[in-house]
Design a protein around this ligand. Sequence first.
Ligand code: 523
Length: 135
Amino acid sequence: MTARRVVVAGAIVADRRLLLAQRGYPAEVDGLWELPGGKAELGESPESALRRELREELGVEVRVGTALRESVALRHDLVLVALRAYIEDGSPRAVEHRALRWVDADELRSLHAEGSLVPADTAWVPELLVDLARR
Ligand code: 523
């Protein structure tokens, strides 16, 4: 049996806004918005993987918090999890994405309704809306 690889994504909420990143590849998701992140390397914890990915993709240092409840099976060998993350140093820049955007709850609902989120990430919308009402 193949071990399951983890893909981690960061739920960064501050001032009642969520940070979304716009993918440029592959073609199926070009232009769609996601929680930034990427694949954990073998032996790397989800927390360390998220810190590394957000450093590489956004140029920020984060503290990693709790996981969102939903996880998404991407393929038989790949599972996508979201962890709450808090920026401790730096301002996010789109190093590897087309663009970045801070969205409030209404904007998140609209992006979801118009199909502008990466499909797997739609599983997190209800939980993200709860977080957006709190922080
Ligand atoms: N997703 C996804 N949502 C989401 C992320 C960060 C990733 O659906 N918020 C999917 C997209 C890919 C897989 O997870 O199918 C790996 O994500 P990717 O391409 O962002 O991770 P990388 O950059 O680590 O992957 P490689 O370029 O393949 O090494």
